[in-house]
Ligand binder design. Structure first.
Ligand code: SF4
Length: 453
């Protein structure tokens, strides 16, 4: 029988097949260069890492989650064989190879991140990224952990993790000081899964409790290209920290800092808004996380007008609320460790005020507080009144659509790999697949410019 290989097999793959486009983007030479230091020149020849990456790409692009099934599919499907450069006679590796590569060479060489960044570079080259506005969000993905076998947090300790002796427990110990995992919050969840202790026990969205990791996306809103991806514990502090990590990494790697960032209220705390506005000069199209708003009809802090020139608030009746009524020689006097400042009205003024009932019914005089980074919060509130904010709010939904696509079409509703590194690898591979699909959809003409092979 004739051995179909290379060009001959290619003739049987439709010109508009998604793998034809993806084939043009994956650079096998750079993959092999990155892995060269990790191979020995002695013993049995290793399996080509490019083959493993190509098979993984097929798995994530086509939503084939099981590695056994992926091996069967690659064995039988002509387009997959061509994409993997196996010809008709090439041997498909055993499914166990993926686990050996995944836990070993790929992680040491950071290969998956390199592949992901090459997809972003290609999107930049194809003019799919404007760099004007980014959106950030996180989504919960179930960990491969059995909640029935979880133990109460009080029975859990690093010693128990060491005794468990599995890879996920080892990774949990290594990430205890990592701001995206162990150090994200001193608050411990109620239960810990022994099989994957870094996963967060949660009861999000009124669901039954389950163990999750969070995948964080930073996207360019022009064409929903994923600019960066990060795995974290599923709590707000870790997700906000991840958004900053991704913004800085994107600027360092691609030299792009957006003019504005769209996100939901979870990202609207004072510290984060201060960081975006003052340190990075990014316009925050983010609702301010404000617990001072009152809903009982009495005056909220937003009813008091800030007078920057005189360092005071003006109440709805036109009276001044000041932090100090005299000049003190000690500039730190009255400062709270949190940086919050208190501005008080005159007791005598409030006592005779006609609005006292809807301002401070039970207190003798009204006071309002001013949080650190209040200027940034007020700037974010002003931004919210603009038309650009309304546009950004619509564009922000593009991240949610990517998450829906991730779970429904790519089938990533539950992780198959364990530990923080397993989550990181799966999220990177899913982002690679989504960017490649974006390229194939928006730049299908690539196939017609394909150089002769
Ligand atoms: S009660 Fe005091 S602070 Fe409130 S509106 Fe009247 S004068 Fe202003």
């Amino acid at each position: 029988m004739e051995d179909f290989s290379g060009e001959q097999v290619k003739r049987h793959v439709p010109a508009k097949h998604i793998l034809r486009v993806i084939n043009l983007i994956l650079d096998g030479d750079s993959l092999r260069d990155a892995l060269r230091p990790f191979y020995s020149h002695l013993g049995r020849p290793s399996i080509d890492p490019e083959l493993i990456i190509r098979m993984l790409v097929i798995g994530y692009v086509m939503g084939i989650r099981s590695k056994r099934r992926l091996c069967d599919k690659v064995h039988l499907n002509l387009a997959y064989r061509w994409f993997c450069r196996l010809g008709l006679k090439g041997k498909v590796p055993d499914h166990s190879t993926f686990s050996r590569y995944g836990h070993g060479k790929f992680r040491e060489s950071n290969l998956l991140r390199q592949v992901f960044e090459s997809t972003v570079e290609r999107c930049l080259k194809e003019d799919l990224v404007s760099g004007e506005g980014f959106a950030v969000d996180a989504s919960l993905i179930s960990a491969d952990a059995n909640k029935v076998r979880s133990i109460p947090a009080e029975d859990w300790s690093p010693q128990v993790a060491r005794a468990a002796g599995n890879r996920a427990a080892q990774e949990y110990l290594e990430t205890l000081d990592n701001a995206a995992f162990g150090a994200a919050s001193p608050v411990q969840p109620k239960f810990v899964a022994k099989s994957d202790p870094a996963a967060q026990w949660t009861r999000a969205e009124e669901s039954r409790p389950y163990c999750v990791f969070a995948t964080n996306y930073l996207i360019d809103t022009k064409n929903s290209v994923i600019m960066d991806v990060e795995a974290t514990r599923a709590i707000r502090q870790a997700e906000v920290g991840a958004s900053r990590t991704m913004l800085d990494r994107t600027e360092k790697r691609f030299g792009i800092r957006p003019d504005w960032l769209a996100a939901d209220t979870a990202y609207g705390n004072a510290e984060n808004l201060g960081w975006l506005v003052k340190k990075r000069s990014i316009i925050p199209f983010i609702p301010v996380l404000d617990k001072s708003e009152r809903t009982d009809g009495t005056f909220s802090r937003s009813d008091f007008e800030w007078d920057e020139a005189h360092d005071q608030y003006i109440c709805p009746e036109g009276h001044a609320l000041k932090q100090f009524r005299r000049n003190y020689s000690d500039p730190n006097r009255g400062q709270e460790p949190s940086g919050r400042k208190k501005y008080r009205a005159f007791k005598a003024t409030c006592q005779v005020c006609p609005s006292k009932e809807i301002c401070c019914l039970k207190a003798e005089a009204r006071y309002v507080t001013r949080e650190p980074h209040e200027e940034a919060r007020e700037f974010a509130r002003e931004c919210r009144k603009t038309n650009a904010y309304k546009v950004s709010r619509d564009k922000r939904k593009k991240v949610e659509m990517l998450f829906a696509h991730l779970k429904r079409i790519l089938g990533l509703s539950r992780l198959r790999l364990r530990g923080p590194n397993g989550a990181k690898d799966e999220f990177l591979l899913a982002a690679i697949a989504q960017n490649l699909q974006k390229l194939a959809k928006l730049r299908p003409q690539c196939v017609f410019q394909e150089p002769a092979t």
